[in-house]
Design a protein. Structure first.
Lengths: 219, 337
């Protein structure tokens, strides 16, 4: 290894910060994005909880959130971040804009997965006297599970990339390290190390995601 | 009192000039314990009709009475209970791909809140009934179409319904598999005393198992009655078209250049009349020499049904008398020249 012990220490710290941001945000993203995605499906015209206006309103809100480029979004939600976390600086503060930006992506991904479940299967469940909650939890979600796992994989990888912008508000992490040391201080070796490391991490996440998808595919 | 009574059912999809009137005032009653078929070409509205029975589709007006109670007036809870008293099977099977066969059959039991301990026994019973005990742990993707429909049937019967609704249940299957599924439906219908309502565009399905039939066209019922009755005396062009298909009643012999030398007739016979030596009698009684161009005997449900196309050669002055005689026997005669 061509890095000094001190550099390795920085790399380790940054990795832990990235891991912290990404894992907490992934949890929140799934917890918020999947239910929102479900609503975006079941409130569609002709679906089990049809509600034209609520569907349009939610769709509009999701699109609006997704329209803002992430670096601008971070700044834009600073008041909210302060309100929730108490500060707008640091790894924990970054979790707010990260979650907000990622959960709407997760919602859209969830929506497209659930749309893949044939409507006939939903109707079959209805014909057996299953209620809406049962249809969501026992039909839509299990049937869409492989797709949802793929969606979570995409969301995690997107989060790793988004978290790199966390440096803008002192959030730390691998991206921050690469920019501050690798770019601003011309320490190209640090930049290379982070890039290689990120590539490896993303590959591992994708590999794990693919393996889970295969494990749960029944088609 | 009929088990299912449909009155003045109407349903229009869409608005304005592009609107489609799927049901234009349907009246229908299905007696307990019968197999009732609705046949029609695609787009006739039959799928909308059957889906109104368990309210998968909400009609614009009219009523669907099941045992005297209007399904249209049911609240959420009542509707769930009503749906559990009706099983439904589908053209595309609609099984849960993430569940095993056994677990698919368990689904309606879980939905009905059956005690957890009672489920495995009931599932085994149902799989036995449809002949799939060895596939309990398979996933739907590993099954053939016929096997998938058997799972569908087991699932539909899980909560011991009184009614079985079949929405084009054999349309995705090959002819042999269709026959075996029809046999299964007919078998469970007898064994469990079910009332079956099925819709189809396949005449084979109607003639093999339906006691009564309604012919649908453009959102209306154009003809209805006992199956053998309706198809031995088809009145509406759509009905005639279906009969042609099943009996291959074309007149290709004319196209192929056959020149009749006498009166050309098509005789339709039902029931025991199929067994009368018609051609022989024409020879004996009228001294005619019938040339048989086409003859076909089939069964509609349990009634034999035959058609005979013949060229009545011989003394033509006797031919008119012969036609009178054939009619007097209770047969139908259609002159072709």
């Amino acid at each position: 290894m061509f890095l000094t012990a001190q550099q390795l220490l920085m790399l380790k710290k940054a990795t832990l910060e990235t891991f912290y941001m990404v894992s907490v945000t992934t949890g929140l993203t799934v917890a918020l994005g999947v239910p929102l995605g479900i609503l975006l499906v079941v409130m569609r015209p002709g679906h089990i909880l049809e509600n034209r206006w609520a569907y349009r309103l939610l769709g509009l809100a999701v699109n609006a959130t997704r329209s803002v480029p992430f670096p601008i979004f971070i700044v834009f939600v600073i008041p909210l971040t302060r309100l929730i976390v108490g500060t707008s600086i640091g790894s924990t503060a970054v979790i707010v804009p990260l979650t907000l930006a990622a959960f709407v992506l997760m919602a859209r991904l969830t929506e497209s997965c659930l749309m893949e479940v044939p409507h006939g299967v939903v109707e079959a469940a209805q014909s057996m006297g299953a209620g809406n909650w049962r249809i969501i939890t026992r039909v839509l979600l299990p049937e869409a599970l492989p797709g949802l796992l793929m969606a979570v994989t995409i969301a995690v990888i997107t989060l790793i990339s988004y978290s790199a912008m966390a440096g803008m508000i002192g959030g730390g992490g691998l991206g921050d390290l690469a920019i501050r040391y690798g770019y601003h201080r011309y320490q190209t070796d640090i930049m290379w190390a982070t890039v290689v490391f990120l590539v490896v991490v993303v590959q591992l996440v994708q590999y794990l995601g693919d393996a889970l998808v295969v494990k749960f595919s029944r088609r | 009192m009929p088990l299912i009574e449909i009155r003045g059912l109407r349903k229009t999809f869409g608005k304005g000039p592009g609107a489609v009137e799927a049901l234009r005032g349907i009246d229908l009653s299905v007696e307990e314990g019968e197999i009732f078929g609705v046949v029609g070409l695609s787009g006739a509205g039959k799928s909308t009709l059957i889906r109104c029975i368990n309210r998968l589709e909400r009609p614009d007006s009219g009523s669907v009475l099941i045992g005297g109670k209007d399904v249209m007036g049911f609240s959420g809870r009542e509707l769930k209970l009503a749906r559990r008293s009706m099983g439904m099977i589908f053209q595309s099977f609609n099984l849960l791909s993430s569940r095993t066969v056994a677990s698919n059959v368990a689904f309606p039991l879980e939905a009905a809140g059956a005690p957890r301990s009672s489920i495995p026994g009931r599932v085994a019973e149902l799989l036995e009934l449809v002949g799939l005990s060895d596939k309990a742990q398979s996933f739907p993707a590993q099954l053939s179409g016929g096997q998938k429909q058997r799972v569908g049937i087991a699932r539909a019967l899980a909560n011991r319904p009184k009614i079985l609704l079949c929405d084009e249940a054999t349309s995705a299957l090959d002819p042999q598999t269709t026959t075996s599924i029809l046999e299964l439906v007919s078998d469970v219908q007898k064994r469990l005393g079910l009332t079956v309502v099925l819709i189809t565009h396949e005449m084979k399905v109607i003639t093999e198992i339906c006691d009564r039939v309604a012919v649908m066209e453009a959102g209306e019922i154009v003809e209805a009655g006992a199956t053998a009755e309706v198809f031995s005396r088809p009145r509406h062009p759509v009905t005639k078209g279906f009969v042609e298909v099943i009996l291959r009643r074309g007149s290709r012999f004319l196209e192929s250049g056959y020149v009749p030398r006498g009166k050309l007739l098509r005789v339709s016979m039902t029931g025991e009349r199929v067994q009368t030596p018609l051609a022989g009698e024409l020879v004996r009684l009228f001294g005619l020499s019938p040339v048989i161009l086409q003859a076909h005997v089939d069964h509609i449900k349990d009634t034999p049904f035959g058609t005979l196309v013949m060229d009545l050669q011989g003394p033509q002055e006797k031919a008119g008398e012969a036609v009178e005689w054939i009619l007097a026997q209770g047969n139908m005669v259609e002159p072709l020249n």
